[in-house]
Design a protein around this ligand. Structure first.
Ligand code: HEC
Length: 109
C-alpha cells in the first residue's frame, strides 16, 4: 500500500512537471494558430508552409521585424502580390502570428 502511494505521488509529480514545461509559450502559439485559421493563411501556404505558395524556407531567413512588416502590408513591399493586406492586425497579433510561423517552420523540417 505504501509503495502504491509512493508510485502515485511520483506519477503526479511527473504529470505536473510536464504541464509546467509546455505551458510557457502555449497561449501565444494558440493565439497565433487562431489568427492563422481565421485569416486563412493556410489557404495559400498550407499548414506545413509548403502549400501552393511555400514559405517554409523564407521564414528562417527573415527577422521578426521583416515578417511583421510583410504580413501587415505585403503590397507595400511587393506591389501586385496576391497576398492580402492584414493591416487591421495589432502589433500583439502580428507577434503571435510570427511565433506561430516559426513554430510551423520548425516542426515541418
Ligand atoms: C491569397 C493567397 C495568400 C494568403 C491568404 C496569404 N498569403 Fe502569404 N504569401 C502569398 C504569396 C503569393 C507570397 C509570396 C510573395 C509573392 O510572390 O507575391 C506570400 C508570402 C508570404 C510570406 C513570406 C514573405 C517573405 O518575406 O518572403 C509570409 C511570411 C507570409 N506570406 C505569411 C502569410 C500569413 C501569416 C498569412 C495570413 C495572415 C498569409 N501569408 C496569407 C499569398 C498569400
Amino acid at each position: 500500500m505504501r509503495d502504491t502511494c509512493a508510485m502515485m505521488l511520483i506519477g503526479l509529480l511527473l504529470l505536473s512537471g510536464c504541464q509546467g514545461r509546455s505551458q510557457a509559450s502555449e497561449p501565444v502559439l494558440e493565439a497565433g494558430r487562431r489568427l492563422w485559421d481565421e485569416n486563412r493563411c493556410w489557404f495559400c501556404h498550407g499548414n506545413d508552409l509548403r502549400g501552393t505558395y511555400p514559405i517554409a524556407d523564407q521564414i528562417a531567413q527573415r527577422s521578426d521585424e521583416e515578417l511583421r512588416a510583410w504580413i501587415h502590408n505585403a503590397r507595400a513591399l511587393k506591389p501586385g502580390t496576391i497576398m492580402p493586406t492584414y493591416d487591421f492586425l495589432s502589433r500583439e497579433e502580428l507577434d503571435q502570428l510570427v511565433s506561430y510561423l516559426r513554430h510551423l517552420a520548425r516542426s515541418g523540417s
